[in-house]
Write a protein that binds this ligand. Structure first.
Ligand code: AHR
Length: 491
């Protein structure tokens, strides 16, 4: 047992936590959309216009704030006009990135926008730069957001949608340093500006344009973008993306449910690297943009293991254990601490792909341990992040701290999220509160053996439980068992 001292100073506000920091990503990949979120109107599984009802409820319960779509690599080969109008007449295509399967385009713009409306989240559209045209993307924006008379707005009406949708988040390309065209940063930034110029703000709609940013620690990409994204004192992008997957070795990713303690610590120390990456990208951004006009948008992050045995290797279907939950808690505490520059993050992916928050099989649905972390962190949404320090020590023989934490204040409630990364030792936490008069405390915890996961037969194996916590003389105390994450709310 380790005694851990923590200090929270509610007077020291370090930034605002946008709700979009707890965002998600859905791609036409494996069973994320088809046979996942979207089962079709004729399915015996309860659905609204083909969208699973249980998924809508699960996403609403965590107040899922923003959903990115249609990719990923798929975005740069997606032609949106194939996904509108009469479904029986929609053109089919090959999904070359993900298993070479036939894409029938039955889930398109109208279906995605309805999904977002049902969840109550912001849509985040990723536009095709790699194999598309400026005109194609500018027309997509017109189709979705123009309320007057125009060829695209009229086409939308013909397809049954009178009112335009509100669209804020628009990504211009995806991984254009890789699957999105293998471009150099100089070439991409010129192409980006051309696309961005022709994606217009119609009526009251204001686009928040996101340029394809770096992969992991490619600091040169950030440097070139920041140097070139300002034209006549005006930033041409509201954000640049960052993609980082927690994979220690791409040639040996390992299994999602079978791993040693050493593998666990290696994966966690890999996940923790995103802290340094965000710091260094932010330092570059600070030099060009000290006012913070351009945000860092971590629109793909999470674990990536070998696919489950017997599943299509192109479908990226993996199970999700307590290890994934700890990766999620660690990453989300890091995002909170960088909320001054990081304004959105989207875990990959929302359903049946990579570090999914829900898995489905026929009519069954399970919420993964990662889902429960999102549930426990939602109290931070739209809060002010505040100073939070803890005693620490390295675990697992790596540059990895035992305790990960962050705190925020919103409407008189102080929320602390903390994870114990150790597999060996419990932690007795004693947290001093400065600048906050707390009277009552409630806490919830997710813990279990590190390989524990939820299956279709045992969906409640890993679930959130109440946690005992006390407040006395301005100090909150509670125990974090090894391999656990908790949320503590003080009122
Ligand atoms: O999330 C899976 C893939 O990972 C995405 O399509 C791509 O952007 C990234 O390389």
């Amino acid at each position: 047992m380790k005694n851990i001292r923590m200090v929270i100073n509610a007077n020291d506000k370090t930034g605002h936590i946008n709700r979009e920091l707890y965002g998600h990503f859905s791609e036409h990949l494996g069973r994320c959309i088809y046979n996942g979120i979207y089962v079709g109107e004729d399915s015996p599984i309860p659905n609204i216009h083909g969208i699973r009802k249980d998924i809508i409820e699960a996403f609403k319960a965590i107040e899922l704030p923003v959903l990115r779509w249609p990719g990923g690599c798929f975005a740069d080969e997606y032609h949106w006009k194939n996904g509108i109008g009469d479904k029986s007449k929609r053109a089919k295509m090959v999904n070359t990135n993900w298993g070479g399967v036939t894409e029938d385009n039955s889930f398109g713009t109208h279906e995605f926008m309805e999904l977002c409306e049902l969840i109550g989240c912001e849509p985040y559209i990723a536009g095709n730069v790699g194999s598309g045209t400026v005109r194609e993307l500018s027309e997509w924006v017109e189709y979705m957001t123009f309320d007057g008379v125009s060829p695209m707005a009229d086409l939308r009406r013909e397809n049954g949608r009178e009112q335009p949708w509100k669209l804020k988040y628009l990504g211009i390309g995806n991984e254009n340093w890789g699957c999105g065209g293998n471009m150099t940063p100089d070439y991409y930034v010129s192409v980006y500006k051309q696309y961005a110029t022709f994606c217009k703000n119609f009526g009251g709609n204001r686009l928040y344009k996101i340029a394809c940013g770096p992969s992991g620690d490619d600091y040169n990409w950030t440097e070139v973008l920041m140097k070139n994204l300002r034209v006549n004192y005006c930033w041409q992008a509201d954000g640049i993306s960052l993609h980082f997957y927690c994979v220690p070795e791409w040639s040996n990713k390992g299994k999602a449910t079978e791993f040693t303690d050493e593998d666990y610590y290696t994966v966690l120390s890999t996940a923790a690297r995103i802290d340094t990456m965000i710091t260094r990208h932010s330092q570059i951004m600070d030099r060009y943009d000290p006012e913070g006009n351009v945000a860092l948008i971590v629109d793909e992050w999470g674990t990536w293991f070998d696919v489950e045995e017997g599943t299509n290797p192109g479908f990226l279907y993996q199970q999700n254990t307590m290890r994934d939950a700890i990766v999620a808690a660690l990453s989300m505490n890091i995002f909170n601490r960088h909320c001054g520059r990081v304004k959105m993050a989207n875990i990959a992916q929302v359903c049946n792909v990579l570090q999914a928050i829900v898995l489905t099989e026929g009519e069954k649905l399970v919420k993964t341990p990662t889902y429960h972390i999102f549930d426990m962190f939602k109290g931070h949404m739209e809060g002010d992040c505040v100073y939070c320090w803890s005693d620490n020590e390295q675990v697992g023989g790596k540059a990895l701290s035992m305790i990960s934490s962050s705190a925020s204040v919103k409407e008189g409630v102080l929320t602390l999220t903390a994870a114990n990364l150790s597999l060996e030792e419990d932690a007795e936490i004693s947290c001093e509160l400065c600048g906050f008069e707390g009277k009552t405390v409630t806490a919830r915890i997710l813990t279990g053996e590190v390989h524990a996961h939820n299956t279709f037969d045992e969906p409640e194996n890993v679930t959130i439980k109440p946690l005992e916590a006390e407040i006395k003389d301005g100090k909150v105390t509670f125990r974090l068992p090894a391999c656990s994450a908790a949320t503590v709310e003080v009122r």
